[in-house]
Design a protein. Structure first.
Lengths: 455, 567
């Protein structure tokens, strides 16, 4: 039986983005019920017990994050919703914001009620004009309907939602970068600790959650934990630290597929099923070579590499849950944005694109990331122009390995994400890179760099 | 007592709140750093101070090291913290090793990670840094040079074209920016935001195309701006005043005290062949902290001026004519002895607040030795405007807490000279109340600024000795004009506004025919032998109870406080 979407259930229904339409589908009833019947702590407990893990990329348990707020804090406490969806090929938040903003907002309202926040900031990236407008009009509708503002529905609960449009930088999606940007500063991620739950926006306790997480909160509070836990993958009994991958997930498909779409599926679908069944297979009848399981920063999956210990299966068959990509040396599930690269595309060109992105988006605060991403781009650009040297590959892997929070050399995770695609690409497709270096062929996409004075 | 282990060596930290860099320093282990500065906020972005750190679990006492590097500047230490730096292999091997866990030792002996990470950081910094050390002013005192030599790798793997952003000579009237040399430690940006509060500097651009810049039409112009040059660990920010004047390894560095205002900032005086080329802040928490103002920093040029009085002159036939010291000194002695015998009450000795306490003491001893009735007068005390406090807000109003003060009183030693005057005659007589009925006057000690010699209402007596650095209207009236020395040209002690006595040493020799005030007073007293400021200071400490604290042969570098701090 095909899976019936829940988060995307209202997409493309008439009036799906309007309050009226959302109300017709039973919208805000959950919020009203919570306001009347539940204590904030009960909401937190339910979200915690549901096993919901953040949909933004790192997969941190949402309810657990909420409990990190200081007890009995006099306030203000802030909720920041991270809608700075800048990971390449990722657009699952965008669909929610544009087509069903009220589902997200109800989640925000429930979350604010749970964490006793009276003000939520909705940080939407600059490039998402439509999302900004639909969110803003949804918030305006709610103020008009007195569902936002002071003393909502006579309950004594106040809530303001501010929709803030960013200025366009990938780093604003890092939670402390987002907070800095919200405060009107340069989005340079902060040193942690203190974590935002202790000291965040305007130096007050702050929770930063993803848009899709908010939509999940709405559905969890509406349908209950049993429904949520009936979907997805339970924790690995062999790994006591695994929190499981429950619930529905929005997967986006992009790259060389026939049908680039956003589909909602229970966690744990394999890449193969996602691409072949939901994406209509690789385009132009070609075969897949590499897949990016969850946004560029997660690294690459070699479609043809056999999976250890599982006969007949390849890396293509790994499940897309919070643990799956890690089994094939990828960084994690990330944003679950699957990008397919076909067998006629050169990995050198792919890597160049990747390096260009991260070098452009590195905030430039920490030396290893600032210089490392720039250096990797210069090397890959040279490879692409057919002037690579054998030792370049080792340098790339060395640089990719040494930048990031994992080796401890940077403040935020951007450079882990910048290094991962480079090292997975070179480790998994080394033969292709070596052949490219040996042939000295220039990529058809390569432009020569302008000549700058020698130094 | 809380104990921290640095490369196995235990060091007690007491109740201090320290980071790993500071704790390591306590243990005598230097951890290289660029972005971290004691007076500025911590950003932990240069990643040069990477160390390995572990803590002891208070429950079971087991030491667990983090299997990665952490920035030492932002990692606080507590009891039992174990710090391993990249220099671990150079540790004192006689100290027993800490019980490092096996998981931590997997990659190699302690310090392997930190050493590699520091070398990696340096490789990163040099990716876009031009190798133009031969033409760079910073060469020789450049932290990138020093650390690359000590912690870096000798070869570069970078073969691609470096970024070459355009230089910014228009950054400020006094400071230029060699953009390509910048390593983005952002010390300068934080300085203008946190210390001066004027916030002229910012970071522009992103990633490896980042640059330090000013906002359009708002150049870096504030009275503390020069400090960004001192703060810059590389040759990016250059002082236009010093640029291309000297290679730093030719400079002789000596510890001085700024004579620009009564704050009495500790400074480094950099000179070569008896010419002062540069003043820099010398960190002294007792005096001013880490910084100095631009007035002081660029205020040494008067010492190199060609307009200075070069030799003693005596009035003959209505005109001042050069006269050698061996002629002038006996004449002065004789003239003042006679004036004191005739009418001691009409003789005054005017002591400038630019004199050191040793000089003021010897002059006072000389004048009071002529007769107890000779009056000692405090020379003009220049005051310009109000105390200028920093940081400031956008409107230019001072913000608490105050981090730096440029004082209105533009002389270094009023407190010291006043203490001498009080000792010799019980009170301080200002010049304004001693302008009439004078038959003989001696103005001792010079003023760097001609305009500071403000003698309103003064009527020159028949016998007038004026000692000064420059010719002034007052010196035109004088019977004898004597050249004075600058604070760079003598040893001595100044007492600042808060009662902090700081001794300083001579950095350069005065021009050939100039004798120091101390030598002159020594000669007037008819003493024999070599004049030594330290000996006079010991004599002063014995004679004047106020200065008893100066008795020690070697005074602490931060000075001696006579009164409670009033900063």
């Amino acid at each position: 039986m095909p899976y019936e979407p829940i988060l995307l259930a209202r997409i493309n229904k008439p009036n799906s983005g309007k309050l009226e339409g959302y109300r017709a589908d039973g919208g805000y009833a959950t919020f009203e019920r919570a306001l009347k019947e539940l204590q904030p702590a009960q909401v937190t407990t339910q979200v915690k017990d549901s096993g919901l893990r953040g949909r933004g990329g790192a997969g941190f348990p949402t309810g657990l994050k909420w409990t990190f707020l200081p007890q009995n804090h006099p306030g203000p406490i802030y909720l920041c919703v991270n809608a700075d969806e800048s990971e390449p090929c990722t657009y699952n938040n965008r669909i929610l914001m544009e087509k069903d903003p009220h589902q997200v907002i109800e989640g925000i309202m429930l979350s604010c009620y749970a964490i006793k926040s009276k003000c939520a900031y909705f940080y939407v990236r600059y490039e998402y004009g439509d999302s900004f407008r639909s969110m803003q009009s949804a918030v305006d509708e709610l103020y008009a309907a007195k569902l936002l503002g002071k003393n909502i529905l006579g309950s004594g609960f106040d809530l303001d939602i501010v929709v803030h449009r960013g200025a366009g930088a990938y780093i604003c999606g890092e939670e402390t970068g987002l907070i800095e940007s919200l405060e009107g500063k340069r989005a340079w991620p902060r040193i942690k600790p203190p974590f935002p739950a202790v000291e965040g926006a305007f130096r007050k306790p702050t929770i930063v959650n993803n848009v899709e997480t908010m939509a999940c909160v709405t559905q969890i509070m509406k349908r209950g934990n049993e429904w949520f836990k009936s979907l997805g993958v339970p924790p690995d009994p062999k790994n006591p630290r695994d929190a499981g991958s429950y619930g529905p997930k929005l997967y986006t498909l992009a790259g060389h597929v026939e049908k680039p779409i956003c589909v909602e599926l229970p966690m744990g679908v394999t890449i193969r099923e996602l691409v072949e069944k939901h994406g209509g297979g690789v385009w132009k009848g070609r075969k897949a070579k590499a897949v990016n399981p969850g946004g560029l920063s997660m690294g690459f999956v070699d479609v043809n590499a056999p999976l250890k210990g599982e006969d007949g299966k390849t890396e293509y068959d790994i499940p897309l849950d919070f643990n799956g990509p890690g089994r094939v040396q990828c960084l994690g599930l990330g944003t679950a944005a699957v990008t397919v690269i076909d067998d006629q595309t050169s990995m050198v060109d792919v890597l160049h694109n990747v390096c260009q992105f991260f070098s452009h988006e590195s905030c430039g605060q920490c030396t290893p990331c600032r210089e490392g991403t720039g250096w990797m781009l210069k090397i890959v650009d040279r490879l692409r122009r057919g002037q690579g040297r054998k030792e370049d590959l080792d340098i790339l892997v060395d640089v990719a390995d040494r930048i990031g929070i994992m080796p401890g050399t940077t403040i935020c995770g951007l450079s882990d994400g910048a290094g991962w695609p480079v090292k997975t690409a070179i480790r998994k497709f080394r033969a292709e890179f070596e052949a490219a270096i040996k042939s000295g062929a220039k990529s058809q996409y390569a432009r020569s760099l302008e000549v700058v004075g020698a130094h | 007592m809380p104990t921290v282990y640095v490369n196995d060596k235990p060091v007690e930290i007491g109740t201090q709140k320290l980071n790993c860099v500071q704790a390591a320093e306590l243990a005598g282990q230097f951890v290289p750093h660029y972005c971290w500065h004691e007076a500025l906020s911590v950003v932990a972005s240069c990643r040069m101070c990477l160390v390995e750190v572990g803590d002891v679990n208070p429950k079971d006492g087991v030491l667990t090291m983090q299997p990665k590097v952490v920035p030492g500047c932002q990692t606080p230490v507590r009891d039992g913290t174990t710090i391993v730096t990249g220099d671990y292999e150079k540790r004192d091997a006689s100290v027993p090793a800490r019980p490092y866990d096996a998981n931590y030792l997997k990659v190699g002996p302690p310090g392997t990670r930190a050493k590699k990470a520091q070398a990696d950081t340096l490789e990163g910094l040099l990716i876009n840094h031009p190798l133009d050390c031969p033409v760079c002013d910073k060469a020789g005192e450049c932290k990138l040079q020093d650390f690359s030599f000590k912690y870096g790798r000798s070869e570069s793997r970078m073969v691609d074209v470096k970024n070459t952003p355009a230089n910014k000579p228009g950054l400020s009237s006094k400071i230029t920016l060699f953009t390509d040399r910048c390593i983005m430690c952002t010390r300068c940006v934080r300085f203008t935001r946190e210390i001066s509060g004027t916030a002229e500097l910012m970071v522009n651009g992103r990633g490896h195309h980042e640059e330090i810049d000013t906002f359009p039409g708002r150049p870096l112009e504030n009275k503390l701006a020069g400090n960004v040059v001192d703060l810059c660990p590389v040759g990016a920010l250059g002082s236009k005043d010093f640029l291309y004047k000297q290679r730093v390894w030719y400079l002789k560095e000596s510890s001085g005290v700024c004579s620009g205002c009564s704050t009495g900032c500790s400074i480094h005086v950099d000179s070569n062949k008896d010419i002062v080329y540069r003043l820099r802040a010398r960190t002294n928490p007792e005096a001013q902290g880490h910084f100095i103002c631009d007035e002081g920093r660029y205020g040494y040029h008067f010492a190199n001026s060609t307009e200075r009085l070069q030799r003693p002159m005596a009035k003959a036939d209505g005109a001042l004519k050069p006269a050698p010291w061996n002629v002038v000194t006996p004449q002065l002695k004789q003239a003042f002895a006679k004036a004191a015998t005739d009418n001691a009450k009409s003789v005054i000795g005017v002591l400038s607040p630019f004199l050191t306490v040793e000089e003021a003491f010897l002059f006072a001893t000389y004048f009071k030795g002529l007769s107890a009735d000779v009056r000692l007068v405090l020379g003009p005390v220049p005051v310009v405007g109000q105390d200028d406090k920093y940081p400031k807000d956008v409107k230019g109003n001072a913000v608490e807490p105050t981090k730096f003060v440029i004082r209105a009183e533009k002389c270094p030693n009023r407190r010291g000279v006043e203490a001498i005057l009080k000792h010799f005659q019980g009170s301080v007589i200002p010049l304004a109340s001693a302008t009439t009925g004078i038959t003989a006057a001696w103005f001792a000690g010079g003023y760097p600024d001609k305009a500071a010699v403000d003698v309103a209402g003064w009527k020159s007596p028949a016998l007038l000795v004026v000692q000064d650095i420059f010719a002034t209207p007052l010196s035109a009236d004088a019977t004898f004009v004597l050249p004075a020395t600058t604070s760079f040209e003598k040893d001595g002690t100044y007492v600042n506004h808060a009662g902090l006595a700081q001794t300083f040493v001579r950095s350069v020799k005065p021009p050939t025919e100039i004798r120091t005030e101390l030598q002159l007073a020594f000669d007037m007293l008819g003493r024999k032998g070599l004049v030594q400021a330290a000996a006079i200071r010991a004599e002063l400490a014995k004679a004047v109870p106020f200065f008893a604290g100066l008795a020690a042969k070697e005074l602490p570098t931060n000075g001696v406080r006579f009164e409670l701090p009033t900063v």
